[in-house]
Design a protein around this ligand. Sequence first.
Ligand code: KE4
Length: 419
Amino acid sequence: MARSRAVFPGGVSSPVRAFGGVGGDPIVMASGKGARMTDVDGNEYIDYVLSWGSLVLGHAHPDIIAAVRDAAALGTSFGTPTELEVQLGELVKARMPHLEMLRFVSSGTEAMMSAVRLARAYTGRNAIIKFDGCYHGHADSFLVRAGSGVATLGLPNSPGVPECLAALTLVAPFNDTDAVRTLVRGSSEPVAAIVVEPIVGNAGLILPKPGFLRALREIADETGALLVFDEVMTGFRVAPGGAAGLHGVIPDITALGKVIGGGLPVAAYGGKREIMARMAPDGPVYQAGTLSGNPLAMAAGLATLRSLTPELHREIEGRTARLVAGLRERAAALEVGLAAAQAGSMWGFFFAADPVYDLDDAKRSDTAMYARFFHAALARGVYLAPSAFEAAFMSSAHSNDDVDLTVELLGDAIRVARA
Ligand code: KE4
């Protein structure tokens, strides 16, 4: 880390890795296999961060390694159309039919940045609505009361984002339909898009209240705004398709990432054909990328989605439920308030007595307790997100024994952190 700090700001390639929310030095990892990661000192951890949700099949899955190795032997990038990208595009479309057309990019930020540019171009409007604590990557328009590392580090917004642009990002509390209606009515600028993580993973895990997503769909329809679901984290994670299928609410544009790359840089945005047709070269809205559709990344994504059958998804979901139930039980036995939640193979919790419905609730949770708990878990060989404002994940590589062991270890971590 001393060498890293001499080269990179904070010694990291992404701020949330820097343990700013929990204190101490980041762990430098050397390898991963299945449910486990091993650090450079040889310590092993059961991993529930899984590259921030990317590794739904766990670390170094043989099918993914073989697919990437085979693709690499044929060349790492062509900058041309390839068969692999069509195969993955068709597979994504088959699993999420509301993406009538889509385009691959290399990060969730790119996907969401492109989705908003497209929504602004399609509607001819400039304002967007986002939700307090939601994180959509680091494009300028999203760094207004964002979640994830922005909330973790307590950054108000981000310097460098012109006030005139930030002013076009209106922010409402998650789960607050009235606030959205008030913003839309009161905005001097017509709203191009309502942008939301349909299930929030960047303020901790926060579930939508019944009817909330449907209400956003209705407001979008009433006002001519587009509804944009950021499913970078929830896609192929909360349900075999994503949050849209789970909640029966279909957005106009969807962003995907993480799982569809199986650990390699893949993200995508897509939606109705008549909207996507505005994208260059068919339409005038420009977006491009040297490594978009990269064959290695496409191969990893294909191997991942092909393995991720509905049966396997249900199995991982069942294991997640087993872990959350065990954690709730241990916390209750220790009389520690725990607001735990699950969405498919995504899970999360706050040290709080009451349920958490938005970022303000999340901020009222005991984040100091979380920091103590995080380090106690780490010392016991369980790797959780180094922030109370992140979600946890499960992979097909985690066995029932891993889960039962984790419940024991985390129960003990709660005991020592409680003091
Ligand atoms: P990337 O640009 O980091 O690939 O994706 C941005 C993004 C967009 N939308 C959602 C819902 C996301 O969760 C993310 C990225 N998530 C964070 C962790 N919560 C990535 C980890 C990091 O920032 O290092």
